[in-house]
Design a protein around this ligand. Structure first.
Ligand code: LRH
Ligand code: MN
Length: 427
């Protein structure tokens, strides 16, 4: 659905004066605290989040999936939907594809269509956690870690094919999430499984173009319920250090056991220069893939505190990061859910940008826990939303993207255009 830009202008006209009042108040109080608001606005404008191609339809669980209408029926319609999100918030300027769910039949045409929506291609994702009808060997007992070399070779070949698709589209990274693992004690020799996987990763690493990266995504459990080969950040870092400088860790927020201090893991990856990027989502129990910031917005803020500290410290040398969402929308409109997630991520980033770093460092040196908390909470309790709305207004997006989406009845229009019972590829 191609959006008529003038509709956004009309929307902004009705909200502009209220926005101006809120922005002026926030700008003056931040300047009083010594912040360079213009610089913060620039950083917020440059912060683009990639939308997962597998999360543009309704998600589900093994117990059921209740499809919504108007879902994208092709890669072209997925690009249209991400283009729509980007037009509304000027913050979703990239898409992350999953192969084979989104194989571009004509890469040149797909690349042109993406460019027409001002979209880039972020990391491409391989998939050796499902068997495809035409494949010779099953991944039931693993893929890159499998005991049978035929299966490992098949999985390596798939990853090389995914790199090819990525090169055709201008992507610069491959994300490997390996579901390989076991369901029962004794089922696998952990060391041998690690070494088979390392050998497979090496063969994929050797095939990476010079300017590419490979992101090693870890996850403690699911689909396996006793052990997972790449189960935690330490294992991901170990693989990355053994592979080489192009190999970096990928932090999916939902891939941590309860009460894990994720912000400390982020600090560890950064100090090793081995942080590749994120799969943002939120969760209460397991890998729930819920709307970012819906459950634990303070944890997200603390993660961005470590990111901003690391990215501004001369003690840290880490490559530019990939900011990606990985979510599944079981009860919400997928596009509304993604608009909320992008907003929550940028709120956490903006709050981290207004932390008084000098004062925090002083409090840390003096072991003044009370003052340190006051400094963090001052930023966390600041309503930074007028900053984000101002950037949207300045870049021609909607001051209130979600309100605009509903005002314009966009889902109803998509259902009219695509049908009430449409299915999209993905989870
Ligand atoms: C695994 C995961 C991985 C994707 C999949 C869709 O849980 O986070 O990043 O490949 O979800
Ligand atoms: Mn993920």
């Amino acid at each position: 659905m191609i959006l008529d830009k003038s509709l956004i202008d009309q929307h902004n006209e009705t909200l502009a004066s209220a926005q101006q009042k809120k922005f002026d108040f926030l700008q003056s109080s931040l300047q009083d605290e010594g912040h360079d608001v213009a610089a913060i606005l620039e950083q917020l404008a440059a912060f683009q989040i990639a939308i997962p191609s597998w999360a543009l339809g309704t998600g589900g669980t093994r117990f059921g999936r209740f499809a919504g209408g108007g879902e994208p029926r092709s890669l072209e319609e997925k690009l249209e939907d991400v283009g729509l999100l980007h037009a509304l918030n000027q913050s979703s300027g990239a898409i992350s594809l999953h192969i084979p769910w989104d194989i571009p039949q004509n890469a040149v045409a797909i690349k042109q269509l993406a460019a027409s929506f001002d979209l880039q291609f972020d990391a491409v994702n391989s998939n050796t956690f499902q068997d495809q009808s035409e494949q010779d060997y099953s991944y039931k007992f693993g893929s890159l870690a499998h005991t049978d070399k035929h299966v490992r070779d098949q999985a390596i070949a798939h990853n090389l094919e995914v790199i090819k698709h990525g090169v055709d589209l201008g992507s610069k990274a491959l994300t490997i999430w390996l579901s390989d693992g076991t369901d029962f004690p004794g089922q696998q020799n952990f060391r041998r499984a690690f070494n088979r996987t390392l050998d497979s990763f090496h063969q994929i690493y050797e095939a990476l173009p010079a300017d590419w990266k490979v992101f090693i995504e870890y996850k403690p459990y699911e689909p396996h319920f006793y052990s997972t080969v790449v189960a935690d950040w330490g294992t991901s870092l170990l693989f990355c250090q053994k592979l080489g400088e192009k190999a970096l860790g990928l932090v999916d927020l939902g891939h941590h056991l309860p009460n894990t201090n994720i912000e400390q893991i982020v600090s560890r990856f950064l100090m090793e220069g081995k942080l590749g990027g994120f799969h943002f989502n939120d969760s209460k129990y397991g890998d729930d893939d819920l709307t970012v910031g819906a459950m634990r917005p303070f944890q997200l803020f603390l993660i961005f505190n470590e990111l901003v500290e690391g990215m501004t410290s001369s003690e840290v040398k880490n490559p530019a990061l990939s900011w990606m969402i990985d979510a599944s929308h079981n009860v919400k409109d997928p596009l509304e859910d993604l608009l909320q997630s992008v907003e929550a991520i940028k709120i956490a980033y903006a709050q981290a940008l207004i932390i008084d770093r000098k004062a925090l460092e002083k409090a840390q040196e003096q072991n003044d826990a009370t003052q340190a908390q006051e400094i963090l909470q001052q930023a966390y309790r600041t309503d930074v939303r007028p900053l984000l709305a101002q950037v949207r207004l300045d870049y021609g997006a909607a001051i209130q993207p979600l309100a605009f989406y509903r005002e314009q009845k966009i889902r109803q229009k998509l259902i009219k255009q695509r049908g009430a019972k449409t299915y999209t590829t993905g989870l």
